[in-house]
Design a protein around this ligand. Structure first.
Ligand SMILES: C[S@@+](CC[C@H](N)C(=O)[O-])C[C@H]1O[C@@H](n2cnc3c(N)ncnc32)[C@H](O)[C@@H]1O
Length: 883
């Protein structure tokens, strides 16, 4: 078979290179017999093509009649003509009617079919190796020959430039049609050939690649269909039976994953897949549990997320929250330009890109050979390491040069420095934060970035209106639960609870009202406020804004950010103001950013609505009532423990901080009242210390004992009024300050230190009654351990935030104590009794062998909270007794 078969019989064919190289083989009639059958099965598409070719042939008839002229040319038609020539000797075969359904006009078109062995020559004229292979294949079998013919047919067609490349659209049709495998392959080949009608220039490997891709696409489609079929045919998922009393079977992670898929499927078409006796709620419950286990969330947070997102989106959100967001940096335009910075970093082996069209200063870092927090560029302040989402609030704020702007919660200064750089170091920026430790980072960053229009302060934001108002713009990047940044801090998934959310939105509301009050509605350039959080919970976002809309003369305006999802106007049973759709939400799964929320408000009047008398005492009440109206479940603590916890939280929050005022007159009145209160308080607090210190200076050294028993120190530590300083003698000041110089005590520099001076005053009052005879035991009482004890809890962030409120409560308590000394004496009477018992025990213990007694005493002292020094004293006493 093939060209070798009847090589000698064949007359020389045309002058084309192909024919020179190798001659077309001769085919017997039998070789074509099967082909004819196939022709009868031509697909619709093939028929269409044939029809087109037929038309063209008709047009080209004159050419056919003068083949010789064409023969001599090197035109594109050469091959076609060549084929015609090849076929001329075998015309019988074709004309014997084996190719059905074609007129004589199609002869020329049909010729290629017979050019089985010629195919390789036609196609691969320059590739002699391939020619050989093809020819060998041609010899193998008749069947293969069939295929070859088919291929040739296709390839010839495609080579024929007269055939328009109409196959792009056809390729899909071909898939849809029921064709034999051969037909399919033909179609593929045709498609690929036609797609590259320019194809002649393509390498065979490229062609093969195209074919492969098509095959893959088809396989993928088949697989998909198969999957769908199997889904339809599969057993309907059944919820596990309630097995009361029985232990739950352990379930593996892959099983959970599978169950998540199954339940999701059921919920996607509940009517169809549900079990008759099971409710949607039951499915949701089991899904929630599985998701909690699979993604390591607590049920509280998972419930919130399930409330927020539709099921499919929820899965996307959870998945993308598992992946850390790309590291981004912001160019400090005060010192360099993004292009220059990028170049400098690239030179250091950093692989980066612009963060997106929306920012002119952001760069996303894919990889780096150097630590980005220590490059010379970083140290020189050319950039700030900052999440992409952190740039959004400042962009929304749109600071202007020469404005007066407040960043109410600024630490560690990412957004502050961004604002300052947009202001080009003009105007004044106030960077405030309540956390004294974090504020250091603000100062450091501002220095590094070369910012010199900024005043850094450390005040409770809720009270900032008492510090300063009249700002052109305010940024409130509020403290929050951080539910949007679980990829950064996965502990959030487990640690956040209802109470945390409540605490956050209470604080956020207070801060927001204060921030609005700090704004000047009459500002010629601004009067704008931007509120942002890195939480995705509506309670901390839309709900807070909605509250402010009701309480102040503000309205929502567009953020100016051209991407982001609209804020919620509906969420569960809540209905927020419709303008909340102007706010923007950002999610990891949609924006490849941390979860974030941005709202922009415009203050349109400086007056505060009268009916909104939100003395912040009431703010909490309002919250509770609002919450109880709309959100009963979440406000009511479920267990006793929770109730206790929330009570404690509320205590921490205090009730008196940051009172907003109703009118200017009232502002004045309330300020006066506050000042008066403080004065009264100051006077009362410092009356006694002075007296007592003079009378019983020795007993000042007994604070430890007092604090151990009654913790009476605490109230005084909270008092921070600077005026106290003047009332205390220098010696006392030293005594009280010294112990604070260690560790945490540093945090209480300033106001608190001054207050410490008042400590001795109350100590004597309480130590007046010590009946315990063993004075030496009590005498040395070093203040350090006591100070530590008291200081540690105050170093806690939350406590710090609410120092002010606590102070006031404490002040009142102190006042009450002072007014009714009987109250304070009552516990004192009991305390000595207890001490007596202890001392008796100590004496008994002393009688024991020395080693044992020492140990026991040490333990007893530890229990009492005394330091090691006391053990030493005990030993001394013992020696004395022995002596
Ligand atoms: C989300 S962070 C601010 C991040 C900052 N805007 C930035 O871009 O770098 C929230 C900040 O609010 C501060 N904060 C918490 N309670 C506050 C209060 N009552 N007054 C002022 N700041 C407070 C926290 O110390 C924390 O630094």
């Amino acid at each position: 078979m093939g060209r070798k078969a009847e090589f000698s019989e064949k007359p020389k064919k045309g002058p084309g290179r192909k024919s020179k190289k190798q001659k077309a083989p001769t085919f017997t009639k039998s070789t074509f017999a099967p082909l004819d059958k196939d022709d009868g099965k031509l697909s619709h598409r093939q028929k269409q093509r044939q029809a087109k070719r037929l038309q063209k042939k008709v047009v080209k008839k004159p050419k056919d009649k003068q083949p010789k002229q064409v023969y001599n040319s090197e035109s594109e038609d050469e091959d076609v003509v060549e084929e015609e020539e090849v076929m001329s000797s075998e015309e019988e075969v074709v004309q014997n009617g084996k190719v059905k359904g074609f007129s004589d006009d199609n002869k020329a078109w049909l010729k290629p079919k017979q050019k089985k062995g010629a195919e390789p020559a036609a196609l691969e004229e320059e590739d002699s190796d391939e020619e050989e292979v093809e020819s060998e294949e041609g010899e193998e079998s008749e069947d293969e020959g069939k295929v070859k013919v088919g291929k040739l047919f296709e390839e010839e067609d495609s080579d024929d430039d007269e055939v328009p490349d109409d196959n792009f659209a056809d390729s899909d049709d071909a898939e849809g049609e029921e064709e034999s495998e051969d037909d399919d392959s033909e179609a593929e080949e045709e498609d690929s050939d036609d797609e590259d009608d320019s194809d002649d220039e393509k390498l065979p490997i490229e062609k093969a690649n195209k074919k492969l891709k098509k095959q893959e696409a088809e396989e993928a489609k088949l697989a998909e269909d198969e999957q769908q079929m199997s889904v339809l045919n599969q057993e309907i998922f059944k919820l596990p039976e309630d097995q009361e009393g029985e232990e739950e079977k352990p379930i593996t992670l892959p099983e959970i994953q599978q169950r998540i898929k199954d339940v999701t499927l059921v919920l996607s078409d509940f009517k169809r897949y549900r079990q008759e006796d099971r409710s949607r709620q039951e499915y949701l419950e089991i899904l929630k549990k599985d998701l909690c286990v699979y993604y390591s969330y607590n049920e509280f947070l998972m419930t919130k997320l399930m409330d927020m997102f539709p099921l499919t989106e929820l899965m996307e959100y959870l998945e993308s929250s598992e992946v850390a967001r790309p590291l981004t940096i912001r160019t400090n335009t005060l010192k360099t330009r993004r292009k220059e910075l990028a170049q400098a970093l690239i030179n250091r082996g950093v692989n980066l890109d612009p963060v997106g069209k929306w920012s002119k200063v952001g760069l996303v870092i894919y990889s780096s050979q150097v630590p980005l927090g220590a490059t010379p560029e970083y140290l020189a302040g050319h950039y700030m390491i900052q999440g992409a989402s952190s740039m959004l609030p400042v962009m929304a704020l749109a600071p202007q040069e020469n404005e007066r702007i407040l960043d109410m919660c600024s630490a560690p200064g990412g957004k502050s420095s961004h604002i300052a750089s947009i202001m080009k170091n003009t105007g004044v920026l106030f960077a405030n934060d309540a956390n004294r430790d974090r504020i250091k980072a603000v100062t450091a960053n501002l220095h590094r970035l070369g910012i010199n229009n900024c005043i850094v302060s450390c005040e409770d934001g809720c009270k900032f209106r008492e510090v300063m108002t009249g700002f052109d713009r305010v940024l409130l990047d509020a403290p929050c639960t951080g539910t949007g940044v679980v990829a950064k801090d996965p502990s959030v998934k487990q640690s956040k609870s209802d109470v945390d959310v409540q605490r956050c939105y209470n604080l956020q509301r207070k801060l927001l009202l204060t921030a609005i009050d700090c704004l000047d509605a009459k500002s010629s350039t601004g009067g704008y406020l931007v509120y942002s959080t890195c939480s995705v919970l509506p309670e901390e976002n839309e709900w807070v804004i909605d509250y402010a809309l009701k309480k102040r003369n503000v309205k929502l305006v567009p953020t100016g950010l051209d991407f982001g999802t609209e804020g919620f106007t509906k969420y569960r049973q809540f209905r927020f103001h419709p303008s909340l759709n102007l706010t923007r939400r950002y999610y990891p799964h949609t924006h490849n950013m941390d979860g974030f929320y941005v709202a922009k408000l415009k203050k349109f009047s400086n007056t505060i609505p009268v009916d909104n008398d939100d003395d912040l005492d009431e703010v909490e009440n309002v919250e509770t009532t609002v919450g109880s109206e709309e959100k009963v479940e979440e406000e009511v603590p479920e267990t006793e423990e929770e109730a206790e916890k929330s009570r404690k939280e509320r205590k921490k929050l205090g009730k008196r901080a940051g009172k907003p005022n109703l009118s200017e007159a009232e502002i004045e009145a309330k300020k006066k009242k506050l000042v008066d209160d403080e004065r009264k308080y100051v006077a009362k607090v410092f009356e006694k210390p002075v007296k007592v210190v003079k009378k019983k200076p020795v007993e000042e050294k007994q604070p430890e004992k007092v604090s151990e028993n009654g913790n009476t120190k605490k109230p005084f530590e909270g008092k921070k009024n600077k005026k106290t300083k003047t009332n205390v003698s220098e010696t006392e000041e030293k005594k009280s300050v010294e112990p604070q110089t260690n560790g945490n005590a540093k945090k209480f520099e300033g106001k608190k230190n001054k207050n410490k001076k008042s400590l001795p005053t109350q100590k004597p009052e309480e130590t007046k009654a010590p009946v315990v005879p063993q004075k030496p035991v009590v005498k040395p009482s070093p203040p350090k351990p006591v100070e530590k004890k008291v200081v540690t809890p105050q170093s806690n962030k939350n406590v710090k935030k609410f120092e002010g409120k606590n102070n006031k409560n404490q002040q009142q308590k102190n006042q009450n104590n002072q007014k009714s000394p009987a109250k304070t004496q009552t516990p004192d009477k009991k305390k000595p009794e207890a001490k007596q018992v202890l001392e008796k025990k100590k004496v008994e213990v002393e009688k024991l062998p020395e080693k044992v007694s020492q140990k026991i005493k040490a333990k007893m002292d530890v229990k009492k909270g005394k330091g090691k020094k006391q053990i030493g004293q005990l030993k001394q006493n013992k020696k004395k007794v022995k002596g």
